[in-house]
Design a protein around this ligand. Structure first.
Ligand code: GLU
Length: 585
């Protein structure tokens, strides 16, 4: 029997009753009932962690988790399940990820005891230029002036990357993995409240004729919540992917249409760019945190290095690990965040184009020396980057990275695992729809300025280069080398803070998984200290202000999806801020 913790209702009380019954039915501890519930953004709804002994799949949508469970029950493994879930997410959560975008995947091979890291990040077209964000008169364009145009579209990498991972680690036939999404695209699915809200708030998507026809009514309102949405064009695209794999986006009809659509919107993407895209297998970045080993994605994501730096800095202060909800712990976390994000802006970029001093950034002596800047009583204010070798003197990155994206965490029957974060960058990407899916705006993750005071920015756009990401798919191992946690989140450059703080809650605070992903967000990206809106924020804000922090309250819509080992069981927890769901058996 498959257990699930998804939620199709939105009414708080009905949902709470439903959850209570569900918790009893499935025998899980009703962690949500005791957990502190910050009054965060609307739609915040705690769900119990789901417990199971055989497999666990946690994704941003119940249909996607169903697809993962279907594949796992057929005998598929974590990679197969993640791929099937991804195709469904493209369909039901079109704003966040899909075959028009890219992603990063970490894989744990339980037999070989090996972590591998897969880079399906978009690349800059060969004719794109570092001044892509400048207007004709040379002035700098606003973020959205670039986003909803062809100039923001990078060469999609998702299908090619998943194809490579599948060739290496997949078990079921590639074609079989497309079936749940094709079925759903043809039979239809119910339009979710979250998608409805995002459709109604978006200012650009209506301008795309195909997207308008798919998602909106003739009066310009989005189709209502619960409406049955079918996307036969996407089904046709997936059929092509099922038959020829990544070749479907490299050559042929779909590729031709992508090039034409981007060109019409002022972009530079060429047939040769699509044809030449190559996913990359990279060496995962792993390091210690207290008695754990944490593995993440190396550059061109700043995720792995960022999470490890932040945790390492905290550890090197020598201060005791404690409940992250305390003001002392939040202060320490925010200060470590300042130092981490200062280095990120200066040194991190695509390592195939820029020398990234990755080893030096994670060196224990360096972290120890940097951690000395942290005063437990007083904020340091804006942190300077560390003094490290760079091939040229570099200036800081200023890419804004607005949050969309999705994260999948899966552990299969054999204990193999996938942590997979996938994105088309901002919600609905470039708002250019082809073949029933949206193209990314990932090029806006490059710095909008290529140099400052004559010094080049590491993350400037160069042809063929991959923009710096913050995506942080993460695997944690215990002292005996056993897989302990699988997690990740969307959230733009806040992802590093979301993931690191969830780890602090789990590893230092001993939080249960549902409470860890629901805790009040706090973090600093080397500016103001950001605190998630909610009643618990008031007291904490005051305490942090007393220590010299400038505090900003904000909605912080993470989408943390976590699988955690407890004894010989897996607990799956979903972020209460989105529509995620867990499936286990
Ligand atoms: N484009 C961002 C990145 O690659 C992700 C955006 C998001 O998380 O919403 O890091």
């Amino acid at each position: 029997m498959i257990f699930s913790n998804s939620l199709h209702q939105t009414g708080g009380l009905r949902a709470a009753r439903f959850l209570f019954k569900l918790a009893i039915m499935t025998g899980v501890t009703a962690a949500w009932a005791q957990a502190e519930q910050p009054e965060a953004s609307s739609g915040f709804l705690m769900r119990p962690a789901l417990s199971s002994s055989k497999f666990m799949a946690v994704t941003a949508n119940a249909h996607a988790s169903d697809a993962a469970a279907e594949i796992l029950q057929l005998g598929g493994n974590a990679v197969d399940a993640a791929i099937a879930a991804q195709w469904v997410l493209n369909l039901v959560e079109p704003q966040s990820s899909g075959i028009g975008g890219g992603g990063f995947l970490l894989h744990w091979d339980a037999i070989r005891r090996e972590v591998s890291a897969w880079d399906g990040r978009e690349t800059a077209p060969r004719n794109a230029t570092a001044d892509f964000a400048r207007r004709a008169d040379g002035s700098l364009a606003g973020f959205y002036e670039v986003v909803a145009t062809g100039k923001s579209v990078g060469v999609p990498g998702l299908v090619a990357m998943l194809e490579s991972v599948h060739r290496r680690h997949g078990k079921l036939r590639w074609e079989r993995l497309t079936r749940p999404a094709i079925r759903l695209a043809e039979n239809g699915f119910s339009l979710s409240p979250r998608l409805h809200r995002l459709l109604s708030e978006d200012r650009w998507l209506r301008q795309n004729v195909a997207a308008y026809a798919l998602y909106y009514q003739t009066n310009g309102e989005p189709r209502p919540v619960g409406d049955t949405l079918r996307n036969p064009e996407f089904a046709a695209s997936l059929r092509a992917v099922a038959v020829v794999g990544a070749e479907a986006l490299r050559t042929g009809d779909l590729a031709t249409r992508i090039v034409a659509a981007v060109g019409q919107r002022g972009g530079q993407l060429s047939a040769a760019d699509l044809r030449d895209y190559q996913p990359k297998q990279r060496k995962a970045v792993c390091g210690p945190y207290r008695r754990w080993r944490v593995c993440g994605m190396p550059p061109p994501s700043s995720g792995g290095v960022g999470v490890l730096q932040l945790l390492g800095l905290m550890e090197h202060t020598g201060l005791p690990s404690r409940d992250p909800a305390t003001a002392d712990a939040a202060h320490l976390f925010a200060e470590a965040g300042r130092l981490t994000y200062a280095d990120r802006a200066r040194y991190l970029a695509d390592p195939d184009f820029v020398f990234v001093p990755q080893g030096a950034l994670l060196d224990a002596k360096y972290l120890g020396q940097r951690a000395r800047a942290i005063d437990p009583r007083r904020s340091m204010g804006v942190a300077q980057p560390g003094d490290l070798p760079a091939r040229h003197t570099q200036a800081d990155d200023n890419a804004p990275e607005l949050p969309a994206t999705t994260h999948i965490s899966i552990v299969d029957w054999d204990g193999n695992a996938v942590a997979f974060t996938s994105s088309i960058e901002s919600a609905f990407g470039s708002r250019i729809q082809v073949g029933g899916f949206l193209l990314n705006n990932q090029l806006t993750d490059f710095s909008f300025v290529a140099e400052r005071d004559g010094k080049p920015v590491a993350n400037r756009l160069e042809p063929g280069k991959r923009p710096l990401s913050s995506m942080s798919p993460t695997l944690v191992f215990d002292g005996d080398g056993r897989l302990y946690a699988v997690l990740g989140s969307p959230g733009g450059s806040r992802i590093i803070n979301y993931v690191a703080r969830t780890l602090v809650a789990l590893l230092d605070g001993g939080y249960e998984p549902a409470k860890a992903v629901a805790q009040l967000h706090v973090g600093n990206r080397n500016g103001v200290t950001e605190i998630e809106r909610g009643s618990a924020a008031d007291a904490l804000a005051l305490e942090l202000e007393r220590r010299g922090h400038a505090v900003k309250r904000d909605d912080m819509t993470s989408g943390l999806h976590l699988v955690l080992r407890v004894g010989d069981r897996w607990l799956g927890a979903v972020d209460p801020r989105r529509e995620g769901s867990a499936r286990g058996e």
